[in-house]
Design a binder for this molecule. Sequence first.
Ligand code: ATP
Ligand code: MG
Length: 321
Amino acid sequence: MNDYQFAVQTNQLTRKFGDFTAVDSVDFYIPKGEIFGLLGPNGAGKTTTIRMLCGIINPTSGSASVLGYDIKKDSEAIKKQIGYMSQRFSLYDDMTAMENLDFYAAIYGVPRSDRKRRIQDLIDMSGLRGYEQELTSSLSGAWRQRLALACAIAHKPPMLFLDEATAGVDPVSRREFWDLIYEMAGQGISILATTHYMDEAEYCNTIGMMYQSQLIAVASPDTLKNDLPGVLVQVSCDNPLLGEQIADDLPGVMDAALHGVQLHISIRDEKVFPSLKKAFTQAGIHIENFEFIQPSLEDVFITMVEERLKLQNNTPPSQGE
Ligand SMILES: Nc1ncnc2c1ncn2[C@@H]1O[C@H](COP(=O)(O)OP(=O)(O)OP(=O)(O)O)[C@@H](O)[C@H]1O
Ligand SMILES: [Mg+2]
């Protein structure tokens, strides 16, 4: 086993497909035993980043190490020592849960003498006891997910990559799945997880927000939320769509976005609120309720993306006028 301080460390990691840059000069690191969440919309470059780190594809430029191994030179060593679980993780439907575990333990090289014991541990860890002899095809999505996780860590990898591992799973099962992930991090396993679910991002020690192939922010969930400029007001009104348009055009408003039926409006400071209220009234919009709130990670992400788009359009980002 290599000695390493950072489970993952990247340096200007870049991957092109033809003329298209899927991952552009990405820099981040994951201290041993920490959970790093990669967030971003479809096509942002998350899976491509993971595939480079797992040694499946080579970077076009830049470099990275995983568990102290260079991803270009030592990809075979990396592959042996990591766990990788994606949404499309292949379980064999015509085998029982136990047979899948046995199969993956074998292909991941768990010695025959240790296998029985290891599989029992995996069954306990994943809560699959009682389901061992179930045919995999008859397991619910949440149980399949747990089985896939147990298979992915059959060889006790010190580093685990989870690529949208909880997609399509209900919120309660997702929470339970994350409890397992937490436990693993507590045992010193380092984890890189991609997700579209903002609630899952809250579980991570550090979040990397990825957008259009670039990492646009890397920090802890709290830092990201605390560093968001201005204050956020949540408004319930009788015409949120019109309200969004009106707010967006007002001086002192940095961003307005619909969250369900409510509006989240980011303003320079609380002093801007009276003019916002006045503009709504003039437009015939009735404000039913408003509250100054702590931003969510979704608010942070939306604000960061908006800022980036404004920069791309060559208009300087709003300084609150
Ligand atoms: N082998 C490939 N050849 C050409 N383009 C590719 C290839 N793999 C990925 N891409 C492109 O690179 C971009 C990033 O894809 P990637 O799968 O990394 O995104 P992602 O962030 O994982 O998205 P999602 O959330 O949808 O899984 C996409 O535009 C995709 O079409
Ligand atoms: Mg992906």
